[in-house]
Design a binder for this molecule. Structure first.
Ligand code: 5GP
Length: 185
């Protein structure tokens, strides 16, 4: 069996920690006068590690929930086809909601999720993304808090996968030779 090449490090563990701490401070400051409990919604699966680290940086009353969406299948290019795989357990009507996303690429996923959640009439809805690829944007979507902008490269690790590989890596890396990955035919 072909073993995958180890991803090349793009953002080291220590640098991720600095980024998440800075995002926590920015978000904390912007919700300082929020009169009610914030609902932090993580997009599965990619945001699960980022979300766990981010909420521990927030000194605010908050609840967490998760929304399952899938857009990429097992490839590395966006299909533009968004599927809801798991809905929220929380009624967000009248609530302040912070949507947490791993990476914004074309913007199609976050635009679709924003539309879906806005229909449920939250009091406010903001978006936090760990990573953003501004050169890849195909739809104009508002991202209120961005951890780091990166070039148009495919990244894995810290929750992000390629065909379900590499989510567990503590750093964010790039893979170049996707033909050698397990599951690739
Ligand atoms: P968009 O709809 O903005 O094009 O894509 C957003 C989703 O595609 C992200 O939530 C993520 O799951 C996936 N995605 C986009 N770029 C990358 C990438 O570089 N690496 C990985 N692993 N997933 C990505």
């Amino acid at each position: 069996m072909n073993m995958p090449d180890m991803p090349t490090c793009l953002i080291a563990e220590d640098d991720i920690r600095i980024i998440v701490r800075r995002l926590g401070a920015e978000i904390g400051a912007s919700y300082r006068d929020c009169p009610q409990q914030l609902v932090v919604v993580g997009l599965l699966k990619g945001a699960f590690i980022f979300m766990a680290d981010l909420v521990r940086q927030l000194e605010l009353p908050l609840a967490v929930d998760f929304l399952g969406v899938s857009s990429y299948g097992d490839g590395t290019t966006s299909s533009g086809d968004i599927r809801l795989t798991m809905d929220l357990a929380t009624d967000i009507a009248g609530r302040d909601v912070l949507l947490v996303e791993d990476i914004v690429d074309t913007g199609i996923t976050i635009a679709a999720v924003r539309r879906l959640l806005e229909c449920r009439r939250p009091r406010s809805l903001r978006v936090c993304a760990l990573l953003s690829k501004p050169d890849c944007r195909r739809v104009d979507v508002q991202v209120d808090f961005i951890g780091k902008e990166i070039d148009d490269v495919f990244v894995v690790g810290y929750g992000l996968d390629y065909a379900e590989n590499f989510r567990h890596l503590p750093f964010i890396g790039t893979i170049f030779n996707t033909n050698k990955l397990p599951g690739k035919v």
